[in-house]
Write a protein that binds this ligand. Sequence first.
Ligand SMILES: NCc1[nH]cc(CCC(=O)O)c1CC(=O)O
Length: 315
Amino acid sequence: MTRNESGSAAPERIVIATRESRLALWQAEHVKARLEALYPACRVELLGMTTRGDQILDRPLAKVGGKGLFVKELETALLDGRADIAVHSMKDVPMEMAEPFALPCISARELPLDAFVSSRYASLDDMPPGAVVGTSSLRRESQLHMSYPYLAVTSLRGNLDTRLRKLDEGQYDAIILAAAGLKRLGLGERIRALLPSEVSLPAAGQGALGIECLADRPEVAAWLAPLNDPDTSACVRAERAVARALAGSCEVPLGAYAEIRAGRLWLRGFVALPDGSRMVRAEREGDPAEAEALGRALADELRAQGAEAILAELG
Ligand SMILES: NCc1[nH]cc(CCC(=O)O)c1CC(=O)O
């Protein structure tokens, strides 16, 4: 039997549960290719599934149950033993994981910023008053209102291809999407401008892939260990700690974004009302080894500045 670096037996077969959107399939194929390179004798297979989040397309996510909609079916496949791992955009993974599940691996992050996509305008700064920007995220909406109060922000749902089609049909003058998703799908040329983090602070986990397995399968976690990126993992754990401490499971206009600079973790966060009329921001720097404590401390600071009142108003 062959042994990998962590001493556990090399896998013979790994089944990856994945959503069937083009982005999810790209992400699962990406992890498949990396696992095949690590374990040449291993058969890596995809198990494609449709989730509730993919089916409900006519209502804003915040109104239909939030992020959990995208992972539940995949987790059921892990519990049933139909799959060994599930690949997720970390942005779509609920802040609280249920007992039997673990996220042992977060791979190196792509461009984490939001992107401006339009065929009419080169950037948000070029848009005239009343021009229509589509986004389905309360985080993007609140920040757009804050920096560009004269633009009209309207709801936009669907997977990436659907959103781009709605833009191309003329329903919007511009839309905001995660740059990472566009680049993964080979649509990087649709990006007219990147929104700096000062204008649109990314969501917790944006641009990072996470791999989930059952907590009681340490051998699976060991197979995944070489794909884990310690810097990205520290950043995303800090970001998720902010979101967990403030929002729990409800949908709130909240951003949390961390970067490693000169070996230190620099974390920023905000909470706002969707219309941008109120916003509190904070930032903090510390040891990446204390990522989650930093996230909680940042959440406390946001609370001290009035986040509680904003959250209360959101109900
Ligand atoms: N909410 C859906 C979603 N989940 C992950 C990404 C993009 C890729 C990523 O952030 O890893 C997107 C699309 C978007 O927000 O434009």
